[in-house]
Design a protein around this ligand. Structure first.
Ligand code: ADE
Length: 376
């Protein structure tokens, strides 16, 4: 049940697939699943190898999230001086912002091993028990999508997190016996795209809870330049900025776009990513000037054309788009909300004036400074 790594993969439109889809596939029927898994495994393996090559290994290499980095550096130093394991940490925020990367950096900076798994892989009690008992002193356990942990696994985790023991039960009904078994002191790093979906008792057991923020264009530009350097891809300042601006404020997407733009530059030009080449490559992928892909635009257009700009419920949107609700909420919406194109209201989703304008529609009068226009 220890999987390779990485959180929910939204990615550039044509790349990557989400874990959510994989799990649905698992339930869909064996033969079909095996086949699609093979294909997915190949592309995921490629993505993972590529991502691992350029993934920063130390805080010095890691660009952005400066507040979080400072907090972590202090906590790590303090835990070293006290000679105790680092407090349990919870990272939350949209996919692709670096939760797994940070967990790996923490392990590296602490000089300890990390074991990486994800909540859906901890289905049976023995899965979580097995991992907890395999941990050596000071090691880090990274659980991705931790909000999806089942109740039984959570209950097993509580005493392990708090007092480093687990209660093992043997026998049935009247003969049931509980044995208290110690586990080595460890640090749990939990990652989630949905902090709100975590149970209160679980959330309360993390000493440090931190939200990962979207990256600024300048930060992403630095990330793009660094990754291009590692990949031996030539890129100029403007080319790096163009990719940064169209990466949905997300490093994972920026890194994938460099790869695509690098391929494009190699085949169509002299291999160097300039602004023009980046522009052509990204247009070719249907990624627009704000980094939106076909699904983002389809979602906004649907609200504009079929629901007069909203409000409309996410369930309705999911059905119309053929996506699941979780993918819309966790993968598509955060950036649309952040970039001011979409709003969440009590009655559902509405688009903003900027969304109308970005997609080339005339915004209705009530969206213009809240005043009705003459002809509305
Ligand atoms: N690659 C992915 N995320 C990164 C980050 N935050 N800094 C540097 N390179 C990265």
């Amino acid at each position: 049940m220890i999987i390779s790594d990485d959180d929910n993969k939204k990615s550039s439109p044509n790349l990557g697939s989400s874990n959510i889809k994989k799990i649905q596939n698992d339930k869909a029927g064996k033969a079909k699943v095996e086949k699609s898994k093979d294909l997915e495994a190949v592309s995921n393996e490629f993505d993972e190898t590529y991502e691992k090559t350029i993934r920063p290994k130390t805080f010095d290499e890691y660009i952005g999230q400066s507040n979080l980095k400072e907090t972590l550096k202090i906590s790590i130093e303090a835990s070293k001086r006290r000679n105790v394991p680092l407090d349990h940490l919870l990272f939350y925020g949209p996919p692709g912002l670096g939760k797994t990367t940070l967990a790996n950096i923490i392990a590296n900076e602490c000089g300890v091993n990390i074991k990486i798994t994800s909540a859906p892989a901890l289905e049976r009690p023995r899965d979580i028990i097995g991992i907890l008992m395999s941990l050596k002193g000071g090691e880090i356990l990274f659980i991705d999508e931790i909000h999806r942990l089942n109740k039984v696994a959570e209950e097993i985790l509580y005493p392990a997190m708090e007092d480093f023991f687990i209660d093992l039960t043997t026998g049935k009904s009247q003969t049931v016996k509980t044995m208290r078994v110690p586990v080595q002191k460890f640090t749990l790093v939990g990652a989630t795209t949905k902090a709100g979906a975590l149970s209160g008792p679980l959330r309360d057991r993390f000493g440090i809870v931190h939200r990962l923020e979207f990256y600024t264009a300048e930060e992403l530009k630095e990330i793009v330049k660094r990754s291009a350097r590692i990949l031996n891809t030539e890129i100029d300042e403007e080319g790096a900025m163009e990719i940064a601006l169209r990466s949905r404020a997300t490093p994972r997407i920026a890194n994938r776009l460099i790869k695509r733009a690098g391929d494009y530059a190699l085949v169509k030009s002299d291999g160097k990513i300039t602004k023009e080449i980046a522009n052509l490559a990204l247009n070719n992928l249907n990624i627009d000037s704000l980094g939106l892909d076909n699904t983002d635009r389809a979602l906004l257009k649907l609200i504009i054309e079929k629901y007069n700009g909203g409000p409309v419920g996410v369930e309705t949107l999911a059905v119309a788009l053929g996506e699941d609700i979780r993918t819309i909420e966790d993968v598509y919406e955060p950036y649309l909300l952040q970039s001011g194109l979409l709003m969440r209201t009590l009655r559902g989703r509405t688009v903003t004036k900027q969304a109308y304008e970005h997609l080339g529609y005339k915004a209705p009068g009530h969206l213009n400074n809240g005043q009705m226009g003459l002809f509305d």
